[in-house]
Design a protein around this ligand. Structure first.
Ligand code: FES
Length: 458
């Protein structure tokens, strides 16, 4: 596995492993930004919270493999939202993200974030067309944004759409900061504590070391809901994989960039231990369908070196992002019939600001309040009528691969989640499951769920 820049220079928090069974009001499974921020908001309201993280540290998984852009400019999401939602709903998505970011920043010291303008840029006709449509959507929704051709990028752009005064963060430091605040407010955090079974009817879960946690409510903040709730939610997400790299540079950029061309690219800089780094990425594809992901890294590397005249990257990492069919994450109470279970998933590459929205929604619902985006993000929203075709596309992939995994005798090991055939990923040296995105290291150990058991490699 190659390393993320965000795991370098950020001291992991020293936290205990669960050593005895316990009871709590709210148990949060998953120590990424969503779980940690939800724990913080709940603990601040006096709720008795326990957070369980399977890895050895919080902010180790998806959060540490992001771009660190904390912005409400989520690609071209607003033109897409307007094809499914009305203007008020699309505006609510924007407002919820802006407000969640600004609220969180009130509790963060200035060394953990920087203000940076966010740009969408285009170098092709198709990219320009997409920016024009996004600008139209901004105008309709009252979102501040200006069209410009002025950027600091070392190449000409045909056009760009600038959203001023957004934010970029060091995602690991940012999450660790909120973990410390949550613990200070009384939340209990445990690492190296993998949940293997959830017994919903009895309000309890079992960990790998056979300990029990009893709860009144549970929050599944595991990027993709864990195996224990299979059937409730699984077929509604598709998973994308994209690639990032970082290399030393001499200057920091003032903006953060994303292209709207077909071959999308993401660009920003970060100052790590007084050294500026350029972060460059893109090349997304459906997770688990590509065997040799090394070629994606190589393509990006060549392009980065040629475009920015920099040396080979020192850090390479990839991110997996679950997508919902209607572009809005599933956040909140999983269904009216399961009032004790909360989930947060489907962030579609915009997990940092959506994690903050998720923390607000879930902590508000648990404490019986109302949040402006609660209905919009609800996992039980009924949009099948309007988005049926798109849903079919997202589900179709999952279902066919699932069937293949069950029905065919294959050589690749079967995923221990629901039995799909995994694929060897040469670039990252991992076994990847195309169905719901589980990943295993070369020895078969789980890197990322929903699977919780190791592969049988014979
Ligand atoms: Fe679900 Fe592999 S079958 S992640």
């Amino acid at each position: 596995m190659q390393n993320s820049l965000w795991l370098y220079g950020a001291e992991p928090l020293s936290l205990n492993t669960l050593s005895s069974s316990l009871n709590c009001d709210v148990c949060i499974v998953g120590g990424g930004l969503t779980g940690v921020y939800t724990a913080y908001l709940l603990a601040k309201k006096g709720v008795d919270v326990v957070l369980l993280e399977a890895n050895s540290s919080v902010a180790f998984g998806t959060t540490a493999h992001s771009t660190g852009k904390l912005t409400p400019q989520h690609g071209t999401v607003f033109q897409q939202l307007l094809t499914t939602f009305n203007e008020d709903e699309a505006r609510t998505y924007y407002k919820a993200n802006v407000s969640a970011i600004e609220q969180a920043l009130k509790h963060v010291t200035v060394d953990i974030f920087q203000r940076a303008d966010s740009y969408l840029y285009a170098t092709t006709e198709q990219g320009v067309d997409s920016i024009k449509k996004e600008l139209e959507a901004y105008k309709k929704l009252g979102i501040p944004g200006v069209e410009t051709k002025d950027t600091e990028l070392p190449f000409e752009v045909n056009t760009a759409l600038k959203m001023e005064n957004t934010t970029q963060i060091h995602p690991t430091k940012f999450t660790n900061h909120f973990a410390k605040l949550a613990i200070k407010e009384g939340a209990k955090f445990f690492v190296n504590t993998r949940v293997t079974k959830l017994i919903i009817e009895e309000n309890r879960l079992i960990t790998e070391s056979e300990l029990e946690v009893s709860f009144k409510s549970i929050v599944l903040a595991t990027h993709y809901p864990i195996e224990a709730v299979k059937g409730l939610h699984l077929a509604k997400l598709s998973i994308d994989r994209s690639y990032l790299m970082a290399t030393k540079t001499s200057e920091l950029l003032k903006g953060q960039y994303l292209s709207t061309d077909n071959t999308s690219r993401t660009i920003r800089t970060a100052l790590i231990e007084n050294q500026p780094y350029l972060i460059f990425g893109g090349s997304s594809h459906i997770a688990g369908v590509v065997q040799n992901t090394q070629t994606y890294y190589e393509t990006l590397e060549k392009e980065m070196i040629a475009t920015f005249d920099l040396s080979k990257p020192e850090f390479l990492w990839s991110a997996q992002d679950p997508n919902t069919a209607d572009y809005i994450p599933y956040v909140g109470r999983i269904s009216a019939s399961e009032p004790r279970i909360y989930i947060a998933t489907g962030y579609r590459k915009w997990g940092l600001s959506n994690s903050l929205v998720a923390g607000e929604i879930i902590s508000t619902e648990i404490t019986s309040g109302k949040h402006i985006a609660q209905h919009l993000y609800s996992p039980s929203r009924n949009l099948f009528g309007k988005t049926f075709m798109r849903m079919l596309k997202a589900i179709g992939f999952t279902v066919s691969s699932l069937a293949e995994g069950y029905l065919m005798r294959i050589e690749a090991p079967k995923c221990t989640h629901l039995g799909c055939k995994t694929q060897w990923n040469e670039g990252d040296e991992t076994w990847d499951c195309p169905c719901h995105g589980s990943r295993y290291d070369k020895f078969g150990n789980v890197i990322e769920g929903p699977a919780v058991y190791p592969l049988k490699l014979e």
